[in-house]
Design a protein around this ligand. Structure first.
Ligand code: NAG
Ligand code: NAG
Ligand code: NAG
Ligand code: NAG
Ligand code: NAG
Ligand code: NAG
Ligand code: NAG
Ligand code: NAG
Length: 906
């Protein structure tokens, strides 16, 4: 199955993602599985046990529902309780909590241990807030089933659990609540060997790193059927192993232990002849041949999972003897395994139902023979090297539910008989080289829930027939070459939550019918040639959290949309609204300020006019990105205005920021400990501050520590303003600053010496000011600096030499400073006799200066490489943290604003 829809790059290699996903599945199932526990009829429970249960309840977190049936005398009828139908003793207690992210603390009440006849005890998914597993559990000697999984227990698993000689199912798995180092651990598993009836043992995500003899100890439990030891830090096994005793074993999970599975371990395994499920993901298995032999011996294997291993070799080697019973094969992200797809298929059994080969080095064309695997329900091969067309025989895979061939060099058209796959729920052909149009026949696949075709070369119109796909939840066609109108039939897909047709050549108006899709959460039609107004019906899209209409030719006003959304019964949930680069007109209604969840707002480059006042921002407390540039807006704010939001990027380029705009930079000194850092806190009048062109401050990260807060800002562009005075010293405390432009202002004074503190700086532009003095020589210590512009100031003296300055060979960056001298400008007068080391043209003394020259070039190259990667590295980083930034913006950003603005304002 494919894990995510919103961000299509799927990294199954992350075990944590899998864990989270599993948690979600669990969440969705939990609702159904609690009413099976009915007590016996007839017998009422013993009074002493009833009182014990009441005591237990009093220590359990239960905000109402779960234990509300625990009233009255017959405790045997209480939810999760069951009694012996002859003696009346409580034999079963199920206190598992429905999985939720945050849950209050519970305690194990000692009365639990009075229920001496318990055979079944489940405390899973509660929050025992890092208490130890109570030793007294070992006194419940009749227990056959004990489930303490994911219950926030911590510390040593008490070895006295070895007294539970009747236990059959023991679940201590800890993967959902694992928080290193507060986890469960066991240093020696010898206590397990007393458990003569044990069939099921789950110790996943329990720290067993000190249990060196684990394999020998587990080998003493021949009754074991299920053994789950994933992510348990298992230590490597010694070379000599006992013969396997675990002949009943049907399921074995040793995944994510990051060890090398030795040949002897594989030999041990190969005798587990009843094994049906095997997971060795994340183990660094090296010996392909030995693995092949072991797999060949496991005649009953039905499910094999090998994700993210480091096995090197051919798929055909590993799989050549694999069991003919195999139904479920997951071999993902094994970068060292390769093979031709037709060879791989030819050795796999026909009964295969689930095949995932994503992220491997698989090549070749998909063979016609694929159509013989008629049992397939899941076929995914994204991010491999397969090429060529999708064979028409795909139409024979009538059980197929999920097909994912994304990120391959698949060419040709999508076969129209995909429309014959009656069970298809998910179809992803993302970022391939598919051409042609979307087959009309897809409209027959009524089971389809997700259709992801983005990033291809698909032409033609969006078929009207898609409107009959009533189960469809996500439709993503963006970045193709689609033409024509968005079909009105789309409005019939009432379950649609995610619709993205951006970056195509669509024309016409946005269908009003889309406004009927009340479930819609994400609508992106940006970068097309759409015309007309925003349909009035959109005002009913109360579940919409993302609306992007930017880069079209949309006209009209925002009023209807905002009126509607701000009147939604539960309030609007819209968190991202982009209408940038259209022809919208009129003023911005003040009920914009009611969109309390808005995080991104982009109204740039339209013909909006009128005033923006306090009311427009009144409840936008979550706003982190604001772009109202290139309209005809007046921003008018009262003097005592405190912005309710903490944006990481604000662009008001070309707005009229007259009047009391300075309010934006209001004095926050009372709420900030600026005196601790000796910063200038006094406010100055702001009259002279009228940014004309661009204010763009990009801030990154957040924390509550003051000095780190100052390091949040990574990018400052205050060019083309009327800033005067000196460059403020506080700027030099912004240690994460990558980009600083103050060009085209009226700054005076010198370039501060301590600019060398800005060690991350890669771009510095101070051009077109009135700066005087010399260029500080320690500027050359800024190793990442790859772009510098100091032109048109009144700087004087020698240009620093060495390090990063070797890369600045363009005289233009110093132009217009008539008193500057030294390479790459003409020599300084005092140098004529001495000759600086950099003057390549005057080397007339043989080898010595040749060496210097080579070294110089080496430095230049290094400087360039470091600078280049610093820049792109930062850009890539920035993209990936953008989302996180939404949540992290902090009130204190504004304060940084204040400091800068105030200093500049003077
Ligand atoms: C008691 O329970 C057992 C199984 O748990 C069942 O076979 C038996 O019929 C029950 N007896 C009565 C009297 O309900
Ligand atoms: C568990 O309870 C503790 C103590 O009340 C609390 O600090 C912690 O956040 C809770 N854990 C979860 C996951 O809710
Ligand atoms: C223990 O409980 C969890 C969740 O409550 C469940 O997923 C798991 O299967 C249970 N373990 C056993 C052995 O039944
Ligand atoms: C197999 O299990 C039995 C029972 O626990 C034990 O006596 C025997 O020593 C085990 N054999 C090996 C080779 O570990
Ligand atoms: C497998 O598929 C190929 C091509 O579609 C076909 O020629 C061949 O007969 C099929 N083999 C079997 C055993 O069905
Ligand atoms: C699509 O084809 C182009 C040109 O042949 C190639 O560069 C590109 O990598 C292909 N796309 C994919 C996803 O393979
Ligand atoms: C905008 O603000 C200015 C200055 O406060 C005021 O004179 C003007 O009437 C306002 N315009 C509108 C449309 O409210
Ligand atoms: C620099 O200062 C001089 C004199 O103080 C002034 O004439 C000139 O306009 C200033 N240049 C700029 C770009 O502000």
């Amino acid at each position: 199955m494919t894990l995510n829809w919103d961000f299509m790059v799927i990294s199954s290699s992350s075990k944590h993602a899998i864990v989270i996903f599993a948690a979600l599945i669990l969440l969705s199932n939990r609702a159904n599985c609690d009413d099976s526990l009915h007590a016996n009829k007839g017998n009422t429970c013993l009074e002493s046990e009833r009182r014990a249960l009441i005591a237990i309840k009093s220590d359990m977190y239960d905000p109402g529902e779960w234990l509300s049936s625990w009233t009255g005398y017959d405790c045997c009828k209480w939810r999760g309780v069951a009694c012996d139908n002859v003696s009346g003793y409580v034999t079963r207690l199920d206190l598992q909590y429905p999985w939720v992210e945050s849950i209050g603390a519970s305690k194990v009440n000692p009365s639990l241990f009075e229920l001496k006849h318990l055979r079944y005890l489940d405390l899973s998914f509660n929050n025992f807030s890092y208490a130890h597993v109570p030793h007294m559990i070992a006194s419940l000697v009749h227990l056959e089933y004990l489930n303490l999984s994911n219950a926030f227990f911590y510390g040593l698993i008490p070895p006295v659990l070895g007294n539970l000689s009747h236990i059959q199912h023991l679940d201590l798995g800890n993967c959902y609540t694992y928080t290193y180092p507060s986890t469960l651990f066991s240093n020696n598993l010898s206590w397990l060997s007393n458990l003569n009836s044990l069939q099921y043992l789950d110790m996943s995500c329990v720290n067993l790193s000190k249990a060196t003899n684990w394999l020998h100890q587990i080998n003493l439990i021949p009754t074991l059927q299920v053994l789950l030891l994933g992510d348990a830090n298992l230590p490597p096994v010694p070379p000599s192993l006992p013969t396997i005793n675990l002949t009943s074993l049907t399921m074995l999970d040793l995944s994510w232990n990051e060890w090398n599975i030795s040949a002897s371990m594989l030999r041990w395994l190969s005798h587990a002849s009843n094994l049906e499920h095997l997971d060795l993901s994340g183990c660094w298995v090296f010996e392909a041949e030995a693995l092949s032999v072991a797999l060949g011996a496991l005649h009953n294997l039905r499910k094999l999972v090998l994700v993210d291993t480091q096995i090197a070799g051919e798929f055909s080697t590993i799989l050549k003897n694999v069991s003919r019973m195999l139904q479920y094969l997951v071999l993902q992200w094994n970068f060292l395994l390769s093979g031709e797809i037709s060879t791989i298929l030819s050795i796999l059994p026909r009964r295969l139902e689930f095949l995932a080969l994503d992220g491997n080095n698989i090549y070749g064309r998909i063979p016609e023979m694929l159509g013989n695997y008629t049992s397939l329900r899941h076929l995914s091969m994204y991010y491999t090297r397969i090429t060529g067309d999708i064979p028409r025989t795909i139409g024979k895979l009538i059980h197929l539910e999920c097909l994912d061939l994304s990120q391959n060099d698949i060419t040709g058209e999508m076969p129209s008989n995909v429309g014959n796959l009656p069970n298809l729920e998910e179809l992803y052909l993302i970022e391939t080289n598919i051409t042609g149009s979307i087959p009309e026949s897809l409209g027959n696949v009524s089971s389809l829930k997700y259709l992801g075709l983005f990033g291809n070369k698909i032409t033609g119109e969006i078929p009207k027939t898609l409107g009959s796909l009533h189960n469809m939840s996500g439709l993503d066609l963006h970045a193709n070459l689609l033409t024509g109108q968005i079909p009105t039939t789309i409005g019939r897909i009432s379950n649609l939550r995610y619709l993205d047709v951006s970056e195509n050549h669509l024309t016409g108006e946005i269908p009003t019918t889309i406004g009927r899709i009340s479930n819609l959460r994400h609508l992106d039609v940006s970068e097309n040639h759409l015309t007309g107004e925003i349909p009035k019906t959109f005002s009913r899209l109360c579940n919409l959290w993302m609306l992007d209409l930017s880069l079209n030719n949309i006209i009209g006003e925002l009023a209807d949309l905002l009126d509607g959304l701000s009147n939604c019964p539960q309030g609007a949930v819209l968190s991202s609204l982009s209408i940038g680069d259209n022809n919208m007109s009129g003023s911005i209604p003040s009920n914009l300020g009611l969109l309390a969840h808005l995080q991104e707002l982009d109204l740039s480059s339209n013909s909006l006019q009128g005033n923006m006042t306090e009311a427009h921002f009144s409840q936008l407390t979550s706003l982190s990105y604001l772009n109202i540039s290139f309209n005809s807006l007046n921003v008018i704010l009262p003097n005592d205005w405190h912005p309710p939001f903490h944006a990481y990027e604000i662009d008001m380029s070309s707005c009229h920021l007259g009047g009391h705009f300075r309010a934006m930079f209001q004095d926050y000194t009372n709420s900030n400990p600026c005196h601790d850092n000796n910063l200038q806190c006094a406010m100055a009048p702001m009259g002279s501050y009228r940014p004309k062109d661009k204010i763009l401050i990009t801030a990154k990260g957040s924390t509550y520590e003051y000095i780190r807060i100052l390091s949040l800002v990574t990018s400052i562009d205050l060019s083309h303003n009327n800033l005067s005075g000196e460059i403020p010293n506080e700027l030099m405390m912004l240690r994460d600053l990558h980009f600083l432009s103050l060009s085209n202002n009226h700054l005076t004074g010198t370039i501060p010496e301590n600019i060398a503190f800005l060690t991350e700086l890669f771009s510095l532009d101070l051009s077109m000011n009135n700066l005087t003095g010399t260029i500080p020589s320690n500027l050359s210590a800024l190793n990442f600096l790859s772009h510098l512009n100091l032109s048109f100031n009144n700087l004087s003296g020698r240009i620093p030499t060495g390090n990063q300055f070797l890369t600045f060979d363009d005289p233009a960056i110093y132009a217009g400073n008539k008193d500057l001298c030294g390479w790459p400008l003409p020599e300084c007068p005092s140098d004529e006799a001495q000759r600086g080391p950099l003057h390549a043209k005057d080397d007339d003394d043989g080898n010595g200066s040749k060496l210097e020259k080579v070294l110089d070039y080496a430095f230049i190259a290094m400087g360039f490489i470091i600078g280049f990667w610093a820049y792109w590295g930062a850009m890539i980083m920035k993209k990936s943290i953008r989302i996180a930034l939404f949540q992290m913006a902090d009130r204190i950003y504004d304060w940084i604003y204040v400091q800068l603005a105030v200093k500049f304002g003077r």
